[in-house]
Design a binder for this molecule. Structure first.
Ligand SMILES: Nc1ncnc2c1ncn2[C@@H]1O[C@H](COP(=O)(O)OP(=O)(O)O)[C@@H](O)[C@H]1O
Ligand SMILES: [Mg+2]
Length: 246
């Protein structure tokens, strides 16, 4: 089953179209990488799938349900099954890492405090960040902040996880560590992951399937291997150039 299925999506800002006709699917238990050059509309696609922006037309299905027609309470219910790691991490700076991870648990569950605290420890252990539990975000490195944001995205055990450029701004070793972690979420927890990235080494390490956005549409979708011998010059060049920082 496709966990996400987008059909003829049209979306943009004010009068400016960004996505003209996007159709793509992401499969259950797989890592799907959405790629393309900077500014091509990757984050816009994510925002329209999770309804932070209202799409102009087309269809978005998640967990086999049409989300564009759902009312607010129905959609919020569905969002409990979805974790999002935003491009800028977006931890709250004035509270500790534990308190940041607690936010979704407090919003969406009525767990007693000891259970909640136990879950926070489990999530931080998953991202190997137990020692930072009582630290403020400003006391952590960039890679640690990304992992903390990931722990928060994972707080409610989502079936589907979106990560918007998780390795941007990280050194290569830290980026590789994050890629490993995302693969473990798939392999050990069976999570479905949609990663937005233009980082070729990460794509090669993690992606079961790629969706390449260009010019408001999908230029290619398939495996990395298929992409590299697709005969589409723009895509082959994307991998040739990107692989140089491998
Ligand atoms: N809030 C916004 N208002 C107006 N235009 C935006 C906004 N966010 C993004 N854009 C524009 O939409 C296009 C796609 O942006 P984005 O989806 O962020 O690209 P990507 O994530 O692929 O780098 C860009 O031209 C960008 O300038
Ligand atoms: Mg973006």
């Amino acid at each position: 089953m496709s966990i996400v299925s987008v059909t003829h999506l049209e979306a943009g800002y004010e009068d400016t179209p960004v996505l003209r006709d996007v159709s793509m699917t992401a499969e259950e238990g797989a890592i799907t990488a959405v790629l393309g050059t900077s500014g091509c509309g990757k984050s816009t696609l994510l925002k329209n799938i999770i309804r932070l922006n209202d799409a102009w037309s087309g269809s978005v299905r998640m967990f086999d349900e049409e989300v564009m027609v759902m009312d607010e309470p129905e959609f919020n219910q569905l969002l409990k099954r979805v974790g999002v790691l935003f491009q800028n991490g977006a931890l709250l700076n004035s509270i500790t890492i534990a308190e940041n991870v607690a936010i979704p648990l407090e919003q969406h569950t009525r767990l007693p405090a000891p259970v909640r605290d136990h879950l926070i420890r489990i999530k931080l252990a998953l991202v190997e960040l137990e020692e930072a539990i009582d630290k403020l975000p400003s006391e952590l490195s960039g890679g640690m902040r990304k992992r903390a944001a990931l722990a928060r995205a994972m707080a409610l055990d989502p079936d589907l996880l979106f990560c918007d450029e998780p390795s941007a701004g990280l050194d290569p070793v830290t980026a590789a560590g994050l890629d490993n972690l995302i693969c473990r979420l798939r392999d050990q927890l069976g999570m479905s992951v949609i990663v937005i990235t233009h980082h070729v080494p990460s794509i090669i390490r993690t992606a079961d399937k790629i969706v390449y956005l260009s010019d408001g549409g999908v230029l290619f979708s398939g495996t990395v291997k298929e992409a590299r011998s697709s005969g589409i010059e723009q895509i082959e060049r994307f991998f040739r150039e990107g692989v140089k920082d491998y």
